[in-house]
Write a protein that binds this ligand. Structure first.
Ligand SMILES: [Ca+2]
Length: 161
């Protein structure tokens, strides 16, 4: 028994580290830098990544307002969650594209939401397999008079080098 037991302990310990170290997803958008196509004074882009669901980022009225998160590093991105305002204005979030890119001006579509969000709605966008990027952009692509007002955006990813 004694020759086998140390080997078993070593193997289980290695597996545990591998699972936690390589596959754990975290919200990599939290507290990162956010740019809005335009912003109201008291509703900067940072309010979309501050972990609070009771406040929100808010652009001016535009045809196609957008919000872009700079993750500050490359991540393999699995899922992006966008939460609508929960104070009676959830409908301001509608018909948007979610894109990911390694460069600001080379973004690729991860997914699209069609329709109008309800108050506090969580909208999940699953990126294509092996999507890697530094920037995440959400942009309304329908209608001529829109506000971009997400309460919170979560980006679930793993750092890659
Ligand atoms: Ca918030």
């Amino acid at each position: 028994m004694s020759p086998i037991w140390p080997l078993v302990v070593l193997t289980c310990s290695s597996c545990f580290d591998l699972i936690l170290g390589s596959h754990e997803l975290t919200n990599v958008a939290y507290s990162k830098s956010v740019t809005l196509s335009s912003a109201l004074d008291n509703c900067p882009g940072s309010k979309a990544v501050n972990g609070l669901f009771g406040d929100y980022a808010h652009t001016h009225m535009e045809k196609s307002p957008w919000l872009r998160i700079d993750l500050a590093a490359r991540y393999r991105i699995h899922e992006i969650e966008i939460f609508a305002r929960n104070d009676g204005h959830g409908h301001q979030l509608h018909d948007f594209d979610v894109k990911v890119g390694e460069e600001k001006y080379d973004m690729h579509l991860c997914g699209h939401f069609t329709g109008t969000a309800y108050n506090g709605q969580r909208i999940a966008i699953w990126c294509p397999h092996n999507t890697v990027g530094r920037y995440v952009q959400v942009q309304i692509v329908s209608g001529s008079k829109n506000w971009m007002t997400p309460a919170e955006i979560l980006v679930w990813g793993v750092h890659v080098y």
